[in-house]
Design a protein around this ligand. Structure first.
Ligand code: HPA
Length: 261
């Protein structure tokens, strides 16, 4: 048995969590058992973007066994949809059945202030890519983000007095932020937040039969809504502040979400 197989048979993580830009502070709430660098696994791509360390963290969050993927790769780095979603296939291969995807996003909804969280109800995949290209894989996407998990997370957030909106995430290619005209278009499409990740991973996870939840950390007003120009540093700083709320929410909600299903 190799190190990874030994870890899995000891811990049995049913939950996978993918951490987005600047959300590494969630790790502070994890009782860590072991860490495995992406570079130590077979063929998992490693990101070079600030705020995206590439490793799996095995441990317990709220007492629940989890494996956390810290650092993802993005289409805008020149990666393919297959590379972007390799981590999701890897987690599913480890036996993960439920996946929490997190990201940093710009808010498009005037009622959703920066510094708060949004639970994904649905998404718009505007990347022009899909990890399922190449196979006749006509999967149903009508309930991509589990209604059961959404209900659970919303009720725990209310109890914990954590502001948790629910809305539609628009996934775009990037890496440039949007123009004000693009922001108006996305609002017209019914999107509440915009970011450069998550949608391909959600598609891959659903194709593998995983139960999926998505959280956007609303780090900034999308271009043209606020007055300040957007900066990656602002995204990281807001994410770091909001990460504590997510850690608290997950550590309260995971024990319950694992029980009643
Ligand atoms: N647009 C796209 N991606 C983002 C943003 C944004 O405003 N903020 C954080 N990620």
């Amino acid at each position: 048995m190799n190190e990874l197989e030994a870890l899995i048979s000891d811990l049995h993580p049913e939950w996978g969590i993918v951490l987005g830009s600047g959300l590494g502070a969630v790790i502070e709430s994890v009782e860590i058992v072991s860490e495995v660098a992406y570079s130590a696994t077979d063929g998992l791509p490693v990101s070079r973007v600030t705020g995206h360390a590439g490793k799996f963290i095995f441990g317990r969050l709220g007492g629940v066994p989890v494996v956390i993927a810290q650092g993802r790769v993005h289409l805008y780095e020149g990666r393919t949809a297959g590379e972007v979603t390799a981590g999701v296939r890897f987690l599913a291969g480890l036996g993960v059945r439920r996946l929490v995807l997190t990201n940093a996003a710009g808010t498009l909804n005037p009622r959703f202030a920066p510094g708060t969280w949004m639970l994904l109800r649905d998404h718009l995949n505007l990347t022009g890519a899909s990890p399922l290209v190449g196979g006749p894989h006509f999967i149903d996407m009508s309930e991509t983000y589990s209604p059961r998990l959404r209900e659970k997370f919303a009720s725990v957030a209310a109890r914990e007095r954590i502001v948790l909106h629910e809305g539609v995430y628009a996934g775009v290619l990037g890496p440039q932020y949007e123009t004000p005209a693009e922001v108006r278009m996305l609002q017209g499409f019914g999107a509440d937040a915009v970011g450069m990740s998550t949608v391909l991973e959600a598609i891959q996870a659903r194709a593998l039969g995983l139960e999926v939840a998505g959280f956007s950390c609303l780090t900034n007003w999308a271009a043209g809504i606020g007055s300040a120009p957007l900066a990656h540093q602002e995204v990281l700083a807001t994410g770091a502040q909001a990460a504590g709320d997510l850690a608290r929410l997950l550590s309260r909600a995971l024990p319950q979400a694992a029980i009643d299903q």
